[in-house]
Write a protein that binds this ligand. Sequence first.
Ligand SMILES: NC(=O)c1ccc[n+]([C@@H]2O[C@H](COP(=O)([O-])OP(=O)(O)OC[C@H]3O[C@@H](n4cnc5c(N)ncnc54)[C@H](OP(=O)(O)O)[C@@H]3O)[C@@H](O)[C@H]2O)c1
Length: 219
Amino acid sequence: MKVILFGATGLVGQGVLRECLLDAGVERVLVVGRSPTGQQHAKLREILHKDFTDYAAIESELAGYDACLFCLGVSSVGMDAERYRHLTYDVTLAAANTLVRLNPGMVFIYVTGRSTDSTEQGPLRWARVKGKTENDLLKLPFKAAYMFRPAGIQPLHGVRSKTGWVNAIYVVAAPLWSYLARTSPKFMTTSEKLGRAMIKVARDGYPKPVLESEDINAI
Ligand SMILES: NC(=O)c1ccc[n+]([C@@H]2O[C@H](COP(=O)([O-])OP(=O)(O)OC[C@H]3O[C@@H](n4cnc5c(N)ncnc54)[C@H](OP(=O)(O)O)[C@@H]3O)[C@@H](O)[C@H]2O)c1
């Protein structure tokens, strides 16, 4: 399987990249990001890109892939509403629209989060934006698209969040996350389980398009 990975420098993406590099079934990983991962591996190639709403300049390098694991995303905390909508909806759909045109046989996996609002009508702004992003991704003519909705994610193997306060929460309460990851699959997974589940679903498919934390942990 040849994979394109967005958000490889983040908490989710670092975990996914690690599992892709370890998985013998993943032949090639193309990382598209604005900052380097700092990793070297025979299977890994990176494109540093600036405008995440326009891929015209690198289109020729984005064809021939089986799966996109889209882990680029931001927290809405402290962020202006329009900026959050732009970074969540516009950026994700720009990548997806380009990739589906270049790779009609592609499986697209998007990482959203628990409580995403599929109705797009609920009280939480972030959840409505994520819901619309999911809904519009599911309308695109990919071979298949899957929405992964983890709740908490225990970072393992040196994985760290790019968002300072998220990282602090995970570091300070590490024993609690570890306990929850073992006992509460509805509310906690690990960066390792999430990465492995994304690869398996990209390869083998899944009976439904939206996967909650307990689904991810059961894979
Ligand atoms: N962490 C959790 O516990 C958790 C739980 C549930 C759901 N999620 C969801 O998972 C997704 C990823 O979260 P995360 O925790 O991995 O976030 P993170 O650690 O903050 O990483 C964010 C990633 O997105 C990239 N990015 C952010 N803004 C960008 C921009 N303007 N242009 C290009 N790239 C940009 C970052 O690249 P740079 O390195 O260049 O900044 C980084 O690779 C989000 O949608 C989040 O809602 C996370």
